[in-house]
Design a protein around this ligand. Sequence first.
Ligand SMILES: [Fe+2]
Ligand SMILES: [Fe+2]
Length: 381
Amino acid sequence: MATAMTPKKAWEAMGKIPHLKRVREGDLAPGPWFYAEPDDGSGLWGQWGIKAEPSRRGLTLLDLMRAGDEPPPEHGFATGQVRGAGMDSEMGLTQVQYVANHQYQVWSDNVMALYEESVSRQWSATKDIPWETLTPLPHDMEKALCHICTFLTRVEFGAADRLGVWLPRIGYAYHEVKMFLGTQIMDETRHMDVFRKRALANGGGLGCTFSTATALEATDTPIALDLKAIFSDFNTTSFLIQVVGEGMVLDIFRFSEFLGQTEVDKIIFQRVMQDEARHVSFGTMRLKYFLEHCPDREEEIGKLHNAADALEMNQTVYLLLNPHLLQASAILAGGGVTGMDKGYEAYRQLYVQVREAYLRRCEIAGFPRRDRCVMPPDPPF
Ligand SMILES: [Fe+2]
Ligand SMILES: [Fe+2]
């Protein structure tokens, strides 16, 4: 059994560490890393002589690439090694089994540009919304919007949680992807923030949440959806969250901006839409890269089609046609609870737009679903 550590024992133990001992004995010279060169065989230094120049927007990740930064490798490292850096093999680095450690699994050709855009367009739900200009809405309209905000708060949690677990699972060789996901999680955090604030800022309040199973159980057709399998694979996780789910959310945001009754509501939805467009753009281009570079394309396409069959049904029922979102949106779109017939008509158009935009994204990604899409072309309401 290890004895309890005390400051005295710790000092003695640390004092035996060779480089600290050397300093105490008067040898102040730096270690071999200081004398190493990039190609001297020591592996102790990565690059030298690189002078990245800022471009129009400042010093971007793309500017680093242009200057000679190490490009992402096809296969990642089995350690937390920094891409382009050398490695002190004497000290070593802990071996890590990353779940997603191949470029084809995580990369998208627009990831660096999206990261830069994301960083430059961060905004604050606290300061950047003119909350003080909010004006009261009729009771039914305020109630409908508060309910939509409650629903969306819940959706934002889902996206952040499902992607967040992938940060430690993606290899360090793909730092741009990890950085982009970091910004996306910040975006989702801000979306939770802004929707909650909107629900509590104009005399209304939070509506109700509900089990995700409720809407699905109402359909007597079972959906063969293995969520555990989907969330254990980055390709299907990203397809579910960043293509199917967030694609729908993007169009729901657009619709809600159109329905916004106050300047504040319009600004909120414009802002979240801009963020959401990045998430969907990453998801779509990542899928394209995946399908163009994965080693067993036919097998992966088959797997993805099976997942898409279930996910289209799941996300349509859970998200787009969820009674809470559908009814609240119909009230807003109809100008009040008495105009819901008009509101449903508007929502039918949204449904058709959502389906079409999804099919177009699949086509851009090289994954055509038009002949197979489970979402019925006619709105089922
Ligand atoms: Fe979001
Ligand atoms: Fe998002």
